[in-house]
Design a protein around this ligand. Sequence first.
Ligand code: PMP
Ligand code: GLN
Length: 376
Amino acid sequence: MSVSKLPNVGTTIFTTMSALAHEHGAINLAQGFPNFPIDPLLQEQLLKVARESVHQYAPLQGLPTLREKICNLVAKQYGRSIGGQEVLITAGATQAIFTAIQALVFPGEEVIILDPSYDCYEAPVLLAGAKAIRIPLTDSFEPNWSLIEAKMTQKTKLLLINNPHNPSGKVWSSADFDALEGIMSRFPNLLLLSDEVYEFIAFEKGHQSIHERNTIRDRALIVSSFGKTFHITGWKVGYVVCSDFLMKELLKVHQFLVFSVNSVAQAALANYLDLVDVNELSKFYQDKRDFFRQGLKNSRFELWPAEGSYFQVANIRGISTLSDLEFCCELTIKHGVAAIPISVFNADVKDQGLIRFCYAKTTETLQDAIEKLCKI
Ligand code: PMP
Ligand code: GLN
């Protein structure tokens, strides 16, 4: 008899919906990845470094040059001075999150996850023998601070937050950070894992980072992903920033999980970081968001505010009484556009009739999708 360590885990919704889109030739606005070419400057750096001596194991913690460039980026964007020893290069944000949880969370401890939540958070908690405490965000996707505080116990080790938020596109306000700081001061042993993979994709409100909060950042692990920032989700390179005492533990796990990350990609990214301005990214995606929203203005989809990340949430209740999952399948198969149902991001699979579109696509793809969606 085989016993599963993760009996309730199946294949991710992103894989499922991408496969369905492929099978039916639908436009894939489901899984979050860009479908346009990468910056030629980055391509050039990749080709350039591929001719150099960069093909053996990178140092365990990541190329020193890349870590130094990340320190410069954090200093420039957030005014925080960190050293290269506080940066770990990971195989995407997914590995950063997995590593952090495995390294720091003990069996029997609790990790707070705010729903709807990205799907890679819970499994590492369960594999650590710990308990995931899934707490719903408000109906407008804001943290419910009084509920969060009420769920804190002696066993709570880690609070996991994600801002800008996937799947909702919500961006936190200053009041949320103030409330977070309050909780962290009342629970001095609480650690924070801040998933900021969309840190450079925030629109009108702008992004505030945990890097800027000096009362809590020393107890935080701040995760980012070059996949999102430079349109290279397939490269799987990200990083986590944390204080030395946390890093010491992360490195113990990292060395046996991957040892080190793709050396060629790291070398190319280290060079590219000197050539690119990450502050152009928000405008780039804001134009896409506006184009997509404008195109759907007269459709029957009710659009939610999209403040950051590259996702647009839409309410389908004016169109259908199907569950959000059934609707997404029908949308893919019958109407040729794939989307993601939000209910799968909720522990209780609560269905609010909401679906998520990814607008990190060419204008042409978005236009094709708009035409199909407006016919519904
Ligand atoms: N966190 C969030 C909120 C995400 O949307 C994603 C998907 N990119 C990840 C983490 C994982 O990032 P990566 O592809 O770098 O592993
Ligand atoms: N982060 C992407 C999304 O939310 C999915 C990445 C993946 O498929 N693992 O769509």
